[in-house]
Design a protein around this ligand. Structure first.
Ligand code: GDP
Ligand code: MG
Length: 382
């Protein structure tokens, strides 16, 4: 891997970096843990460790695997005319205790209007709500999972999951380190930000101060002549949640062209997944393009199978899911990882072949790592 350091390498294979430094030293190479290392040094290390140093990234390898089946992840197919408006996908970011979870819950509950009392709302890690904007019903998808760090990692790989970020800032606390961190993440990813100035029910709330602070970080409120929408909310008192949803839609309309082709085989991301005792592997997926249907053959990470049933965020069964729609999928053979992709393929056989290749690769990588660890332990002990 170009520009990688021994530390990066050690992290990938799960060993202590100092043992790598010492091993290279014994081979006559002086390399520090953090400097970037050339390919020859890696190869030297590889020979010593009986480890095939991977020059190809796992992502490239997977792309090649899909290509060999004439598949590609991440492109809308068809003509311009096939593209239809899709809802924005939103994640909520912000400093700890500023109210991210409370806000996500409030938005979810406020929208579950036509559920009978006693009806169970499933926690599926993502949900859609409807907002009325200019007399039109507009849908918004929220990703609601503590695992959404996975999505930060995915962004680095170019698989964008989020269209808009809601930055939650508690008005009684103001801008804090993780506020700035979240802001920088969103900026780096080119994701527009809507600011939810939260906890305005508190007497000590100072929403003007929050505006001033964020202006200093280059996030200037519209009312100050900037282009970021700020909405004062209370997740606790469910105040101004409709305004927040409206701000999300207005921001999407103003700065994004959110369209996808629903008329193709579905592709998207795994938001979360777990093994259910009765139902087997259960994965919440976010459809990014195409339409996912019951009966489709899919491969998700190293899991595959035919979609046996799908549930929405209310626990109701659905037969299809269009772009930006989250759905709980039943029927996979294995539990995929959060942040992995899913893709619909021609038939079960193809799905199985791809999944098996992925699995054997994962297994080989794990065995190689184990071997390396053992070799290094022997070296350090000698
Ligand atoms: P997170 O760490 O960002 O997910 O924060 P939480 O949603 O867990 O909220 C942290 C604390 O702040 C909890 O005790 C919430 O009840 C409280 N909280 C969240 N939103 C509000 C609000 O709008 N007003 C008040 N007064 N408290 C809130
Ligand atoms: Mg939380």
């Amino acid at each position: 891997p170009r520009g990688a350091s021994l530390t990066d390498f050690a992290e990938r294979i799960g060993v202590d970096v100092s043992s790598l430094v010492q091993m290279l030293f014994s081979l006559g190479e002086m390399v520090t843990a953090t400097e970037s290392v050339n390919d020859e040094t890696f190869e030297l290390l590889g020979e010593e460790l009986n480890y095939v140093v991977q020059v190809v990234s796992p992502e490239d390898e997977d792309r090649e695997l899909l290509e060999s089946f004439d598949l590609e992840f991440g492109e809308d197919e068809g003509d311009e005319a096939d593209l239809a408006i899709r809802p924005p996908v939103v994640t909520v970011m912000g400093h700890v205790d500023h109210g991210k979870t409370k806000l996500l819950d409030a938005l979810r509950n406020a929208n579950v209007v036509d559920k009978e009392a006693g009806g169970i709302t499933q926690h599926i890690g993502a949900y859609q709500v409807t907002a009325e904007v200019d007399g039109n019903d507009r849908r918004i998808t929220f990703i609601d999972t503590p695992g959404h760090e996975a999505f930060t990692a995915m962004r680095a790989r170019g698989a964008q999951a989020t269209d808009i970020a809601i930055l939650v800032v508690a008005a009684d606390d103001g801008v804090m380190p993780q506020t700035v961190e979240a802001l920088n993440h969103a900026k780096a990813a080119g994701v527009p930000i809507v600011v939810a100035v939260n906890k305005i029910d508190k007497p000590e709330a100072d929403p003007t101060k929050v505006r001033g602070q964020l202006t200093e970080y280059g996030l200037v409120p519209e009312e100050y002549g900037g282009d970021a929408m700020f909405v004062d909310v209370s997740a606790k008192s469910e105040l101004n949640l409709d305004k927040l949803l409206e701000a999300v839609i207005l921001t999407a309309d103003a700065s994004l062209d959110l369209r996808a082709n629903p008329n193709q085989d579905a592709q998207g991301l795994v938001v979360e997944a777990h093994l259910d005792r009765g139902r087997g592997p259960v994965a919440t997926v976010l459809v990014q393009r195409g339409t996912l249907r019951v009966g489709d053959s899919i491969v998700a990470g190293a899991g595959y199978g035919r979609v046996r049933a799908m549930l929405d965020e209310h626990g109701d069964t659905i037969t299809e899911a269009d772009p930006s729609r989250p759905a709980m999928v039943l029927g996979l053979t294995a539990v995929p990882g959060a942040g992995q992709t899913f893709i619909v393929v021609e038939d079960d056989r193809m799905a199985r072949q791809i999944a098996e290749k992925r699995e054997s690769r994962e297994r080989a990588a794990m065995q190689a790592k184990r071997r390396v660890r053992r070799t290094l332990e022997d070296f350090m002990a000698s």
